[in-house]
Design a protein around this ligand. Structure first.
Ligand SMILES: [Zn+2]
Ligand SMILES: [Zn+2]
Length: 400
């Protein structure tokens, strides 16, 4: 890796970032149970002398860095939750909680935002405006961003723009990925029950077979992608669960299907519940069966503001070099920062954290996931420099 352009303050913070991250890594907590994590976060922020609120959406923490002069407010967000995964890494800071692991890098995100808080708190006399630091629970479903918004984190002071970063195994260490426009897809969920009439496997004529019908439903739903969606638009319909029947010679009464619908297109997203219902209704009706459909809207698509993305990419270029500030690919996964970016302009970007030499090669959510800790100071530098620039230069981020 070529050396990134890090300030002296950030360089001197590196041992502390590692210490914080490894402490969070040893003590992972799943969605909405981030109590110890929130306590460590709150104690650190209190130590910096920042006003803060705790217990927002159960375990969320919000602190405010008030600049000397008044101005705009920039929100910086980190997620704090771990995953229900048993860690397979043999490292001395391995998870001490059986079955729970920081396998997405949120331990790093929490440490990075604390580091950025320290640097920015020391510079607050030079800032015009505020930095609102948001430590969020439950990014990995069911989602902590929306309940935090409902508890008012975008008000008092009103947030003008928002940034978040993810340490990313898709990118090598030393690269930063920024993409204007859509980044992540909406992630909605459906559950279908095909209601038939069970009976003897040798006497199908006396049954309404929900298994044959469910098989048709699975196939028919794919035509929503292949025949109804504009070919230039991205849509995914995946069935991840089929459950029905107990044994080979009994036709069951019902079959359950569970699946997900994903797209970047808001209008298409909104049309999908009715389309799924039409297909399920028509297919079950044709078989003489009945159905139940439970359709849940989870995360909206995550869409980056064009001007904010250009702003972030410029700063990424300054820190890691023009050629290593790269365009990031679209992904059909979900991210609840989307709720914040639906309401205020902002940018969600990626800080490369893969490093073959250190064995940091496993993907997010793998039991062997581990990121290159050298990515943390780069992420801190990004957040600090974006905040400083956003709050000292009124026109920098928006081309007028
Ligand atoms: Zn994740
Ligand atoms: Zn994540």
């Amino acid at each position: 890796m070529e050396k990134p352009d890090l300030s002296d303050e950030v360089k001197s913070l590196i041992p502390e970032l590692v210490r914080l991250r490894r402490d969070f890594h040893r003590h992972p907590e799943p969605a909405f149970q981030e109590e110890r994590t929130a306590e460590v976060v709150a104690a650190y922020l209190r130590d910096l002398g920042l006003p803060l609120q705790t217990g927002i959406a159960r375990t969320g923490v919000v602190a405010l860095i008030e600049g000397k002069k008044s101005g705009r407010t920039l929100l910086l967000r980190a997620d704090m939750d771990a995953l229900p995964i048993e860690e397979a890494n043999e490292i001395d800071y391995r998870s001490q909680v059986p079955g729970i692991m920081h396998a997405c890098g949120h331990d790093g995100h929490t440490a990075v935002l604390l580091g950025a808080a320290r640097v920015l708190a020391e510079k607050k006399d030079r800032l015009a405006g505020n930095v609102k630091l948001v430590f969020q629970p439950a990014e990995e479903k069911p989602g902590g961003a929306l309940p935090m918004i409902e508890e008012g984190i975008l008000e008092n002071p009103k947030v003008d723009a928002a940034l978040a970063q993810h340490l990313a195994m898709m990118l090598p260490i030393g690269q930063i990925g920024v993409r204007p426009g859509p980044v992540f897809a909406s992630t909605d969920e459906f559950r279908i029950t095909v209601l038939g009439k069970g009976g003897h496997g040798g006497m199908p004529h006396e049954t309404v077979d929900p298994i044959v019908c469910a098989a048709r439903v699975v196939e028919a739903l794919q035509t929503l992608v292949s025949r109804e969606c504009h070919p230039a638009k991205a849509l995914v319909v995946s069935i991840g669960r089929i459950a029905g029947g107990q044994t080979f010679n009994v036709i069951p009464d019902s079959v359950e299907l569970g699946g997900t619908v994903r797209t970047y297109d808001t209008a298409l997203r909104q049309s999908m519940e009715e389309r799924v219902r039409r297909v399920v209704k028509g297919t079950t009706e044709a078989a003489g069966a009945d159905y139940q459909l439970d359709y849940r809207y989870l995360y909206p698509p995550l869409v980056n503001d064009t001007d904010m993305s250009r702003f972030v990419r410029t700063i990424a270029g300054e820190i890691v070099g023009e050629t290593r500030a790269v365009a990031h690919d679209l992904d059909m996964i979900g991210e609840d920062m989307a709720f914040i970016l639906e309401r205020v302009p902002g940018c969600y970007f990626f800080v490369g954290a893969r490093n073959e030499e250190k064995g940091c090669i496993y993907p997010h959510h793998s039991s062997r996931f581990n990121f290159d800790e050298d990515a943390m100071p780069i992420a801190v530098e990004m957040l600090v420099r974006c905040a400083e620039r956003f709050l000292t230069n009124n026109n920098f981020w928006r081309a007028e």
